[in-house]
Design a protein around this ligand. Structure first.
Ligand SMILES: *Cc1c(COP(=O)(O)O)cnc(C)c1O
Length: 369
């Protein structure tokens, strides 16, 4: 049975991305590699409105470490971090490791940023300080008001750092005026994981004193370098080039289909009495988080779905300890695959009405299937 992946990563890959992954490894100093690397950087900037982008081997967390290291290199330790979910919380920890001492604004899971609170906090910061937050909070499915934040920061001359890890590729972005933005190849862009990226304006980054930044996280050096500074895997680069060609061919279509599919998923969850954690007014298109039905814990529910051929999120501790599960619609996933999942959920909930579930009879043993 081929499983249908509704995970936020690895995501379903299109045929052209799969084909790209079959190419033989390429030497990272070859002329061919350099031109592919350069083309990917230019296409990413075209897609996201960024001035320039540096690529690093690694996952999204690496890109956020680059942001923390670069903020430390500005010499401005004070700033503001916005935390309304797991990924906002992680930024706080990553900042602390580079000696940053920001104020942290925290909201409950499922709540969006409160711009009024942010404005008040920014008013207390000196001009030239920074604010750092997550655009799509993947743990809750909340879409935060990035353009509202940009407006507040512009009025106060505050630098904005933004994690667009699960929004890049899902909707049009304009990263031209951000100080730093982080993303990754393996989420909404619909490629395989392995490449971390940081968007920035080289004119703002190159003058910073990078002497205390770890070599592998040096953003200025990475942006100035033709090709990668160190060994770089070619498979995820080929895959990303394939994805970016799909975007270049039909950008609106990709964004619109993400939006339509996200709305379909949320409508179906409402119909089944499983409302998403994020209110519809600030729900993201790519991830819907909801409580596991009928008293199942996250792991049992994920396991039931897996046995029926559907991979959904819920095994991360930050979800399971809250009895949450999630469906992501990233990459080459189509509505008909989601329809199959909801038909399965229909049957499951019909045979196990609320309150009548006996865990021992419905949870399959761990090694079944
Ligand atoms: C997944 C994710 C991360 C972490 O990325 P990894 O690739 O797991 O290192 C950070 N921020 C957001 C919003 C994410 O969705």
């Amino acid at each position: 049975m081929t499983e249908i992946s509704l995970l936020p990563g690895p995501v379903s890959l299109s045929a052209s991305v799969r084909a790209a992954l079959q190419q033989p490894p390429m030497y990272h100093r070859s002329a061919e590699f350099l031109s592919l690397f350069d083309a990917v950087r230019r296409q990413l900037c075209a897609l996201a409105g960024g001035r320039d982008v540096a690529l690093f081997p690694g996952s999204g967390t690496v890109a956020n470490d680059v942001i923390a290291a670069t903020l430390a290199a500005t010499g401005v330790n004070r700033g503001l971090i916005l935390n309304n979910g797991e990924f906002g919380k992680r930024l706080v920890g990553q900042a602390a490791r580079f000696g940053l001492r920001p104020q942290v604004l925290t909201w409950n899971w499922g709540q969006p940023w409160d711009l009024q609170m942010i404005a008040t906090a920014l008013d207390d910061l000196p001009s030239g300080s920074w604010v750092w937050g997550v655009h799509y909070e993947s743990s809750t499915g909340v879409l935060n008001d990035f353009s509202g934040l940009m407006g507040l920061a512009r009025q106060r001359n505050v630098r904005v750092c933004i994690d667009v890890i699960s929004s890049l590729g899902a909707e049009p972005l304009d990263l031209r005026d951000v100080f730093l933005a982080s993303s990754t190849s393996g989420k909404a862009l619909g490629s395989c994981s392995g490449i971390a990226m940081v968007f920035a304006n080289p004119e703002e980054i190159v003058p910073l004193d990078q002497s205390c930044v770890p070599t592998s996280l040096d953003l200025a050096a990475a942006m100035l370098h033709a090709g990668p500074r160190f060994t770089f895997p070619s498979a995820p680069l080929h895959a990303m080039a394939a994805v970016l060609n799909e975007y270049a061919a039909q950008p609106r279509l990709r964004f619109e289909s993400y939006t339509a599919l996200g709305r379909y998923v949320r409508d179906e969850l409402h119909r089944l009495g499983l409302p998403p954690l994020a209110d519809e007014r600030h729900a993201s298109s790519t991830i819907a988080t909801f409580s596991a039905p009928n008293g199942w814990d996250s792991n049992s529910f994920v396991e039931l779905c897996r046995c029926a051929g559907f991979l959904i999120g819920g095994q991360s501790t930050y979800l399971s300890e809250r009895r949450l599960v999630q469906i992501a619609t990233m990459g080459a996933i189509r509505q008909q695959e989601c329809e199959a999942f909801f038909q399965y959920l229909d049957r499951l909930l019909l045979s196990h009405p609320p309150g009548r579930v006996a865990l021992s009879t419905v949870v399959p043993p761990p090694n079944e299937g």
